[in-house]
Design a protein around this ligand. Structure first.
Ligand code: CP
Ligand code: NVA
Length: 306
C-alpha cells in the first residue's frame, strides 16, 4: 500500500483504511521479525534524522528500522547542523532532499516541521513536535489492536496533561470511530482545533474529574505532566496536576476490569502514574516500546510504495 500523503505530520493525513492497513502491516512485520525473516526493501535508501530535542525510543527505533530494511539513517542533532547557526529550515529541507530519501525530525514549534515538509521534495515524518506525535500513536494503535482485537467497541480514556501524544491520539480515534473521554485540569485541555474537527466524527467527553472520565474505559492512557518544551513551568504544572491526575491502582479500578494502561514513555514514576500501575498486569508499556520499531518499518514501506 502506498499512502496518499507524502508526509506524516499529525496523523490527520491518514484515511481510516490507511490507518487500519498500517496497523495490520505493523503486526505482520513483527511476526516476520520474530520468525527471523528479513526484508531489505529500503536498500540504498537513506533517512536524515534531525533532533532538536532529546530522544531514546524515536531515535533508536527509526535508526534500527532503516537498518533492518537494508537502508541507512544519519543522525543529525540540531547543534551539528548549520540550522543552529541560523541557516533557514527552508534551505535545510532543500539541501537534505537532494541527498536523502526521507527526513524524520523532532522539533519544538509544529510550524517548523510544516516548513520542513513544504520545502522538501522527499517525505517528512514528524518524530514529535510540541503539538503532535503521530508515530507514537501509530504504535499505540498497534498495541491496542494486539490486546483488544475489536477496535469498533472500545472507549479510550486520557487522564492528565493533553500533550502532543494526546492530540495525535484524538485524530487517530476520530479516524477509527473510537469514542474518548478526557480528564485534565482546566486550562490544560487538548488543542481546540483538533477537538473541533474530531467531534464531527466521534464523541469526546472532557471533564476535570478523572474518576468520571476513566469510568468503564477499555484503554487508559497518560503522558508526563512536564513535556520537554514545558520544563520551565515544571513546578507550576506539578502543583496543578498532583495528586488528582495521578493514575494509581484505585483510579485504575474504575476502568473496565480488562482495561489496559498505555504510556508513551519516558514516565515520571510517582507523578502521572504510580509504580504499581506502570509495573502492573494491565500495563502494556513495553509492548508500545517494541511496536515503535515494527510500526515505523510499516510506515516507511508505505511511504515508499513497497
Ligand atoms: N515515546 C517517545 O517518543 O520516546 P522518546 O522521547 O525517547 O523518543
Ligand atoms: N509529551 C512528551 C512526550 C515524550 C515522548 C514530550 O513532548 O516531552
Amino acid at each position: 500500500m502506498k499512502l496518499q500523503t507524502q508526509n506524516l505530520l499529525t496523523l490527520d493525513e491518514l484515511t481510516k483504511h490507511e490507518l487500519l492497513q498500517l496497523i495490520e502491516l505493523g503486526i505482520k512485520l513483527k511476526r516476520y521479525s520474530k520468525d527471523g525473516k528479513n526484508f531489505y526493501e529500503l536498500k540504498n535508501k537513506t533517512m536524515a534524522m534531525i533532533f532538536q530535542k532529546p530522544s531514546t525510543r524515536t531515535r533508536v527505533s527509526f535508526e534500527l528500522s532503516m537498518l533492518q530494511l537494508g537502508g541507512h539513517a544519519i543522525n543529525l542533532s540540531h547543534r551539528d547542523l548549520q540550522l543552529s547557526l541560523g541557516e533557514s529550515i527552508e534551505d535545510t529541507a532543500k539541501t537534505l532532499s537532494i541527498y536523502v530519501d526521507v527526513i524524520m525530525a523532532r522539533v519544538y514549534e509544529h510550524k517548523q516541521i510544516e516548513l520542513l515538509a513544504n520545502n522538501s521534495s522527499v517525505p517528512v515524518i514528524n518524530g514529535l513536535s510540541n503539538t503532535f506525535h503521530p508515530c507514537q500513536i501509530l504504535a499505540d494503535f498497534m498495541t491496542i489492536k494486539e490486546h483488544k482485537d475489536d477496535l469498533n467497541n472500545i472507549k479510550i480514556a486520557w487522564i492528565g496533561d493533553c500533550t502532543n501524544v494526546c492530540n495525535s491520539l484524538i485524530y487517530g480515534c476520530s479516524k477509527l470511530g473510537i469514542n474518548m473521554s478526557i480528564s485534565s485540569p482546566q486550562g490544560y485541555e487538548p488543542n481546540p482545533d483538533v477537538i473541533h474537527e474530531s467531534r464531527k466524527h466521534i464523541s469526546i467527553e472532557i471533564d476535570d474529574n478523572p474518576s468520571h472520565m476513566i469510568d468503564k474505559a477499555d484503554v487508559v492512557m497518560t503522558d508526563t505532566f512536564v513535556s520537554i518544551h514545558d520544563i520551565k513551568n515544571q513546578d507550576k504544572r506539578i502543583q496543578k496536576f498532583l495528586p488528582k491526575f495521578r493514575i494509581n491502582s484505585s483510579l485504575m479500578k474504575k476502568a473496565n476490569k480488562n482495561a489496559i494502561f498505555l504510556h508513551c514513555l519516558p514516565a515520571k514514576r510517582g507523578y502521572e502514574v504510580t509504580d504499581s500501575v506502570i509495573n502492573g498486569t494491565q500495563s502494556v508499556v513495553w509492548h508500545e516500546v517494541e511496536n515503535r520499531l515494527h510500526m515505523q518499518k510499516a510506515l516507511l514501506l508505505s511511504l515508499f510504495d513497497i
